[in-house]
Design a protein around this ligand. Structure first.
Ligand code: 5GP
Ligand code: MG
Ligand code: MG
Length: 185
């Protein structure tokens, strides 16, 4: 797997350090809300980030997953994500923190936030490990007093590792790196 990586952008240590800061911020921001937040991981990409993040949040959080698919095995978004797996928890009147691996065009979050709003969430925040602002096509708005937490700004490369895949591979790399272009060409 490592041989297919051109450059490492964030090591395991760098990710852990940043994630600890995000978790402390979330703990501070939600410690006095009447109901503790629901962390909603966007499957599959967010599974490792969510697992590491929640173990650093010092609040009695609930956890759920939703599945959004827009990529298939290509590196280009088709722009219309579908939600294949819906929430298990009732989010009516609850604070939801969507946990994402990466925000790219913004399509997925735009649709997901509308979905969570229609289910009556009292606030929707977003905690994403990576954000590629240079690729944004759709502007999404948070709900209620929702906050935006972001680990790192990502340059416009296709990255893999720490949950992020190419054609369902590389998710188990402990770091985040740029895939050699010859792999997906
Ligand atoms: P958006 O809907 O914002 O365009 O795309 C969000 C989703 O696209 C992410 O959750 C992720 O699954 C996928 N994605 C966007 N950029 C990358 C990337 O550089 N690497 C990988 N592996 N997935 C990406
Ligand atoms: Mg994702
Ligand atoms: Mg993917």
């Amino acid at each position: 797997m490592e041989k297919d990586i051109e450059t490492i952008l964030w090591t395991e240590e760098a990710i852990t350090q940043r994630l600890t800061q995000l978790a402390s911020q979330i703990t501070a921001d939600f410690k006095s809300t009447p109901s503790s937040p629901i962390l909603l991981g966007v499957a599959t990409g967010a599974f490792i980030f969510l697992a590491d993040l929640v173990r650093n949040i010092n609040l009695p959080v609930s956890i759920d997953f939703i599945r959004a698919s827009s990529y298939g095995s290509s590196t280009l978004s088709n722009g219309a994500p579908t939600f294949a797996l819906d929430l298990k928890l009732d989010i009516q009147g609850k604070h939801v923190i969507v946990v994402e691996d990466i925000v790219d065009t913004g399509n997925t979050l735009y649709c997901l936030i509308a979905h969570l709003k229609s289910k009556g969430a009292s606030s929707v925040s977003v905690c994403t490990l990576l954000d590629k602002p240079s690729r944004r096509k759709v502007k999404f708005e948070l709900v209620g007093n929702g906050k935006y937490y972001c680990g790192f700004e990502c340059p416009d490369y296709f990255v893999v590792g720490y949950g992020l895949d190419f054609a369902e591979r590389y998710r188990n790399l402990p770091f985040i790196g740029v895939l050699k272009p010859e792999i997906y060409k």
